[in-house]
Write a protein of this length. Structure first.
Length: 113
C-alpha cells in the first residue's frame, strides 16, 4: 500500500535532516515514483516532502538553539546553511521570530523559574 511507502518516505526524510536526500533517492528506497511521492505525501501529510523536511530542520534548529550555547552561526553551519542570514530568514519565516529572539526569549523565561 502507498500509505506505508509514504510513511517510510517521511521516516527517511526525518532521519536525513539536516540534508535533504532528494526525491529520486526517496523513491529508490520506497518504490514510489516521484508523482506518487509528491501527490501522496501532500494528500496524507498536508505538505510536500521538501516542506516536511524544512519543518523537521527548523525543529532541529530550535532544539540546537535551546540545548547548546553554540553561536547562531555555528548552528546554521551544522544545519548546512552556507550563510547565517539564510538560516535566520528561514527560521523567522517558519516561526515568526529570529533565532536570536527565540534564544533570548527562552532564556528570559527560564530565569523566572
Amino acid at each position: 500500500m502507498d500509505k506505508e511507502k509514504l510513511d517510510a518516505a517521511r521516516q527517511i526524510i526525518a532521519m536525513s535532516v539536516p540534508s535533504y536526500p532528494g526525491n529520486k533517492q526517496i523513491c529508490r528506497h520506497t518504490g514510489l515514483n516521484e508523482t506518487k511521492l509528491g501527490v501522496g505525501f501532500k494528500h496524507f501529510f498536508g505538505e510536500s516532502p521538501y516542506d516536511y523536511f524544512l519543518h523537521q530542520k527548523m525543529l532541529m534548529a530550535k532544539e540546537m538553539l535551546l540545548s547548546t550555547d553554540e553561536s547562531i552561526e555555528m548552528v546554521s553551519i551544522k544545519l548546512n546553511y552556507r550563510w547565517v542570514t539564510g538560516f535566520a530568514r528561514e527560521f523567522k519565516k517558519h516561526f515568526g521570530y529570529s533565532p536570536s529572539e527565540f534564544r533570548g526569549n527562552y532564556r528570559k523565561t527560564r530565569k523566572k523559574y
